[in-house]
Write a protein that binds this ligand. Sequence first.
Ligand code: MN
Length: 374
Amino acid sequence: MRRQWQRRPLLVRNAIPGITPPVSRDALFAMAARDDVESRLVSRQGRRWQVSHGPIEASSLPDTRQRQWTLLVQGMDLHAPAARALLDRFRFLPDARLDDLMISWASDGGGVGPHTDSYDVFLVQVQGRRRWRIAPPGPRALLPDAPLRILAQFEPTETWVLEPGDMLYLPPHWAHEGTAEGECMTCSVGFRAPSRHELLRGFLADCADQPGGPDPRHTDPGLSATRQPGRIPEPLADSMTAWLSAWRPTQAQIDDYLGRFLTEPKPQVWFEPPARVPALPRWWARAQTQGLVADRRSRLAWRGSRLFINGESVIPDAGSRGLLRRLADQRGLEPGRLTGVAADSALAGLLHDWYAAGWLQLPARDNSRRGQSA
Ligand SMILES: [Mn+2]
């Protein structure tokens, strides 16, 4: 992290020895047909590139023996436990920066062309071989009229062929081109880096509901008659300018919003509440013995006294803070961790609500050693 992260590419041979694809080719193809899954089909005939966006029926994909096409499926961590487990291996980086696991399958010669991305990426080869060619950041023209962002010129400075288990890290803006040598599957660990405008848009929209402070209304005693009724009076403009310039969010508004913003689920995410929610005392006894696990779609974070989950913010009592931080850091609580916490406590009520929302789950009784299967 100190030497490479956001600075230099890094090739790690055999980073994940014995790795197997998190999903099969057929399961990946089936995923592309779902309308809650983001997918793209990129193919190439000669110099002509074609892109189609999902949902795509498996039956309308090209034959796997046809060369030079690739299917990319975003957010696989939301749908496949093994994909979530692979993403979890990258939790040496904060959840607030980790985005998703994309899986791409390519036929021989397939790829998306030379391009740059605005985000860091870890490229993990999980099946077959892929040739990666990279070049340092620099000003570059794009191919005109192409349906995807492809560099018009690309002079690679390094080339590697990645085998299953090998991993390549690339900082933002490094040009890269990955070409399948025979059919291959690659997982891309993607990152999030909020932009200033994204943050401002969200925050200001959020504040619009409760701007805070007093709510005076414009008054103008002694207003003179006008011959220019179309003109906005200067005193009116002055008082509105003063209100806007004097507006400041409070630190509490900012602290509250940051975590909600960073844990907001993606628009296509929905949770599946359990079919039956046991009453709190009985459920609590089970949570104490079995522990809890976060649903793979849940986003959790904490900062200061606040805990955030799926776009909501809570300030737990000081006694619960450590447990909730642990829940966020481990995406779960081990069996016995809640022993001694009363069923009628605020914490039990909170966790029960999150269970009922489908945000947390009770692990199966025989599956208490979670985290060891990745
Ligand atoms: Mn890329």
